[in-house]
Design a protein around this ligand. Structure first.
Ligand code: SAH
Length: 459
């Protein structure tokens, strides 16, 4: 087949209309039928663009000038918005962010999953879409003999000092900088990726927003942390709501922030938080949703979609510390949770006890291995909830789900493209997608979470 003629050449200046947003929040449009991605441009805008890179079917342009401005364009609030890259949509009004997120979901379902004619509700957003994150993970580096704590400049591993992140709980920012200061005064060295020398890699702060409890994690290359006693003494003096001080050991040459092993230096091994009227213990290595206010919105929607009446057997796959399982348990006969991180399952069991909930079973393992085993053992289930990481469901698990034929399935997804891929397979296996609810868990960023209701039609 002859390859399509590309109507532009590298370094050419063109004028084009922007019609949508790409994966990373960049503007997308067509120039004479050829797709170009333009960072910083917004849907509805007309822009002057310099073509900088061309692939076979699409290319990239640099925004030279906005010729016709979108009425939804706003001034980004953050001073380091351009350098950081952690947020991608601060230059778009919040109302329009919600509109675009719904559109991205709709577009993925259609383009990747061939799924149309389903109800996709308006994105559920926040009243105050700032300072929502309960967890801050800050890289540390040395500059002129001192320590800096901030973020990696976009596309690099160069640390830039930052005192305030506008999507972060203010308390977390304050604690991170206090810790940086104390560590600096004690002469603690920062880890250097290039030389693989130095001690302190990251400072991680996690707050239980509804309890005020705070966990501080020092990620270091070795358990031999210098000045440990002094550090504990000073931190516990200046941070009155510190509940848990953890040393996490990560000696590996890796981008992964936390190592596998943690030791408690002071206080409790866990912190507590509540969602609705359920209390959760959270340990350093366990996943816990970062936006507690919207987590409640998401879980309420998941609960509604399950249609539970009290007689159903439920599986909660990818259950983490049992948050969704315990949220559903009051309205179910029994909930079976499965999760691959052993520490999370320890937390999940603890959490069931803590809340006096006994109609739950938690098992460590991969969902794609444990659920087929339950199936072989004859477990009959009525409702299946899945909440996988970004890569979506394993194909083997999808085959098992199609054999299990739960009357209802609720798919909680943080990635519309893998969601679309999986929904196609589930629809081909006899499920019908009833409705899709996008929820904005991550305002100012491109991320969008969805809660999807599927009904088994194939019987
Ligand atoms: N439902 C939980 C956690 C969702 S995050 C909540 O809302 O808090 C996804 C979880 O899937 C993580 O805890 C991760 O450890 C887990 N996970 C990743 N791969 C898995 C697999 N193959 N089987 C089971 N759990 C897995």
């Amino acid at each position: 087949m002859p390859s399509l003629e590309i109507p532009v050449s590298k370094n050419q200046y063109i004028e084009m209309e922007i019609t949508g947003l790409g994966h990373a929040g960049e503007g997308v449009g067509k120039y004479q039928g050829f797709t170009l991605f333009v960072n910083g441009a917004l849907p509805g805008e007309r822009a002057k663009v310099k073509v900088i890179k061309l692939n076979k079917n699409y290319g990239y342009g640099r925004l030279i000038e906005v010729l016709e401005k979108s009425s939804e364009r706003v001034e980004p609030l953050c001073a380091v918005y351009q350098q950081c890259g952690g947020c991608q949509l601060q230059h778009l009004s919040y109302q329009e962010q919600l509109v675009q997120k719904r559109r991205i979901v709709e577009d993925n379902l259609l383009r990747i999953g061939g799924i149309k004619d389903v109800i996709i509700h308006d994105t559920l957003g926040m009243d105050k879409p700032w300072n929502y994150r309960n967890k801050s993970q800050v890289p540390i580096a040395e500059r002129e003999g001192g320590l800096i704590a901030g973020f990696y400049a976009k596309g690099t591993h160069d640390v830039i000092q930052m005192n305030q992140c506008l999507i972060q709980q203010e308390e977390n920012d304050r604690i991170v900088q206090l810790t940086r200061e104390i560590a600096e005064n004690l002469g603690i060295s920062a880890y250097d990726e290039r030389t693989h020398k130095g001690i302190l890699r990251h400072i991680v702060a996690r707050i239980g927003v509804n309890t005020g409890e705070l966990m501080l994690i020092l990620v270091a290359t070795s358990e031999q942390f210098p000045q440990k006693e002094q550090l504990i003494k000073q931190l516990t003096t200046v941070v009155p709501n510190l509940s848990s001080l953890i040393l996490n050991i990560n000696p590996a040459r890796t981008n992964v922030i936390l190592g596998k092993r943690s030791v408690t230096l002071w206080g409790s091994d866990v912190i507590y938080d509540t969602i609705g009227n359920i209390r959760f213990a959270i340990s350093p290595l366990s996943f816990y949703q970062v936006n507690p206010e919207q987590t409640k919105v998401l879980y309420d929607k998941a609960l509604e979609y399950t249609g539970l009446t009290g007689t159903e057997n439920v599986i909660d796959a990818y259950c983490g510390i049992g948050t969704i399982s315990l949220f559903l348990a009051k309205r179910a006969k029994h909930v079976y949770g499965v999760e691959v991180v052993p520490e999370a399952i320890v937390d999940a069991k603890k959490n069931a006890k803590l809340n006096g909930i006994d109609n739950v079973t938690f098992v460590v393992g991969e969902a794609e291995k444990v659920i087929p085993k339950w199936q072989q053992e004859g477990l009959q289930i009525d409702v299946l909830v899945v909440d996988p990481p970004r890569k979506g469901l394993d194909e083997a698990l999808i085959r098992t789900i199609i054999e299990l034929k739960p009357a209802r399935m609720v798919y909680v997804s943080c990635n519309p493209s893998t969601l679309a891929r999986d929904l196609r397979l589930l629809v081909d296996g006899g499920f019908e997608v009833q409705e899709v609810q996008p929820v904005d868990m991550f305002p100012q960023t491109m991320h969008v979470e969805c809660c999807v209701l599927l009904i088994y039609e194939g019987k």
